[in-house]
Design a protein around this ligand. Structure first.
Ligand SMILES: Cc1cc2nc3c(=O)[nH]c(=O)nc-3n(C[C@H](O)[C@H](O)[C@H](O)COP(=O)(O)OP(=O)(O)OC[C@H]3O[C@@H](n4cnc5c(N)ncnc54)[C@H](O)[C@@H]3O)c2cc1C
Length: 468
């Protein structure tokens, strides 16, 4: 191994080959600190050619590679296993904005650019880069693409896959594929770009990307709406799609317990209603005319919903501060839940038409098998994505309750499968959901996935043990 490390140092410089325990630790530990792996070294290249040279060395010495961006993934995909036989290849030093083309509405960025920095660069050029996640100060574009990240604006702009036009990739042989085209139409055979997006580093290393930009909206209007049932939320979704058209940017579902937890653990965030309701929806619209047009639109549609008794109450934000406070209620749900104790998480998606039935049936089943368990359900309902987390009954020790994880996963995921949904809407598979993938994908699907993996990475050096 000394020979391998020596050659890595020759490629990227000694200071970028990290072998000390303390230096490696943050790269070996996953975001929620539930797992720490062990690697031979952390390699920190600064360019595509350095990445390519390192991959060639890894191949030669039969060392597997765990690509890593911001290490904010939630499925244990960006950290090594415990064998100590792999290297973490951190993309964070590839962090340049390569070009902005405002006429083509595209931005070309290195894979290690932090999402926040890409949003800022677009904004400086009077454009919008709409991908938006709570981890945007940490996650990288390469990681967003490799996990096909979603976030709060998928309803209007699509997920990371839909925002990407071209890629530059170092394949498992250490060759560079330059697919950095800013084309919206390109029907020239198999779409290699789409293979690498969502592959979680298991097929190659994304080193740069061309991403779509949009005109900046003139006004953003935010509202929090109270309603009595998931059925009413679905009705409101349909009304909003019709009434707001493409202006509808966000439609976040929040159950009452989520706001109770946020209020308990973040009492400084103001609650907009004096009374409690069973469910809420946080709505956002982006308007290309004016503030007053956006306000009028929101008042019209929500007025119609009130008249039709679809909703029970609504607050339309009067200021940026109020809008930010409404979003803080949504964004702090995960933190409030973590402060409350351990819980069993699911990141699922369903056809939106099935959400009310799924929620009713699954809640009944959970209550009959795990009486008193608390359902912390919230998420991007506009694109069918729910975070469906189960907390222990009040007074039950969370550590004891977590021992039910496998049984609860089975119950929830079987229900998701029965409704033709997905067991991973936006976080990916990593090593956390590998067993679940094997259970719910058909034999034909798994066989095609394995064929792609072995064709592109015959030596199995790209993030082995993840996804498949
Ligand atoms: C507070 C919080 C909120 C979040 N909210 C959302 C959300 O709303 N929506 C959502 O989708 N996700 C969310 N996530 C999950 C996470 O932020 C996303 O998955 C993000 O896209 C990961 O980016 P990253 O740079 O941190 O990737 P990493 O965690 O470093 O890596 C993720 C996966 O991609 C691979 N990878 C990373 N970079 C590359 C590359 N350049 N080439 C090839 N493979 C690579 C890794 O090996 C790993 O398998 C959230 C996470 C946190 C902590």
């Amino acid at each position: 191994m000394d020979d391998f490390l020596q050659q890595c140092r020759a490629v990227i410089g000694s200071q970028y080959v990290l072998i000390d325990e303390a230096d490696r630790k943050p790269y070996e530990t996953e975001w929620r600190q539930r797992y720490r792996g062990h690697c031979l070294a952390v390699l920190r290249p600064a360019s595509t050619t350095e990445v390519a040279d390192l991959v060639k060395l890894c191949r030669q010495f039969k060392i597997s590679i765990v690509p890593q961006g911001g290490n904010s993934g939630l499925v244990i995909g960006s950290v090594p296993d415990s064998s100590g036989n792999s290297v973490v290849l951190s993309l964070r030093r590839l962090n340049k904005i390569r070009a902005i083309d405002t006429d083509n509405n595209t931005i070309t960025v290195d894979a290690g650019c932090i999402l926040n920095d890409v949003q800022q660069s677009a904004d400086n050029s009077q454009r919008l880069f709409p991908l938006s996640l709570a981890s945007e100060g940490t996650c990288t574009v390469g990681g967003n693409l490799s996990s096909n990240a979603g976030g709060t604006a998928v309803l209007r702009y699509g997920n990371a896959r839909e925002l990407c036009l071209g890629l530059e990739v170092v394949n498992a042989q250490g060759e560079i594929w330059d697919g950095l085209k800013g084309l919206r139409k390109d029907n020239t055979g198999y779409d290699l770009r789409d293979l690498f997006i969502g592959a979680e580093g298991s097929l190659g290393i994304i080193t740069a990307a061309v991403m779509k930009l949009y005109p900046k909206p003139k006004a953003i209007q935010t509202a929090l709406v109270a309603l009595s049932s998931p059925e009413a939320a679905l009705e409101l979704l349909n009304l909003s799609r019709e009434g707001f058209g493409p202006a509808l940017t966000g439609f976040e579902f929040i159950s009452a317990i989520c706001l109770e937890l946020v209020h308990k653990h973040f009492p400084d965030i103001p609650l907009p209603f004096s009374e409690a309701y069973s469910y809420y929806v946080l709505l956002e619209i982006s308007d290309h005319e004016s503030e007053s047009h956006a306000r009028q639109l929101a008042e019209n549609v929500l007025g119609q919903a009130l008249e039709g008794a679809i909703i029970s109450n609504a607050v339309i934000a009067d200021s940026m501060t109020q809008a930010n406070n409404l979003w803080k209620l949504r964004e702090n749900i995960s933190m409030a839940q973590a402060a409350e104790g351990k819980n069993i998480k699911h990141d699922i998606s369903l056809p939106s038409s099935c959400i009310p039935a799924f929620m009713m049936m699954t809640a009944q089943l959970l209550e009959s098998h795990f009486p008193g368990c608390r359902l912390i359900c919230f998420g991007h309902m506009g694109d069918g994505n729910l975070h469906y987390n189960i907390s222990p009954p009040i007074g039950v020790n969370d550590q004891n309750f977590i021992s039910n994880q496998e049984a609860i996963n089975r119950l929830v995921h079987d229900q998701v499968h029965a409704y033709n949904g997905s067991i991973s809407a936006e976080h990916g598979i990593g090593s956390l959901k590998r067993k679940e993938l094997l259970r719910y994908k058909s034999a034909v699907e798994l066989q095609m996935m394995r064929a792609i993996k072995s064709a592109l990475d015959p030596d199995n050096i790209m993030n082995p043990g993840k996804i498949l």
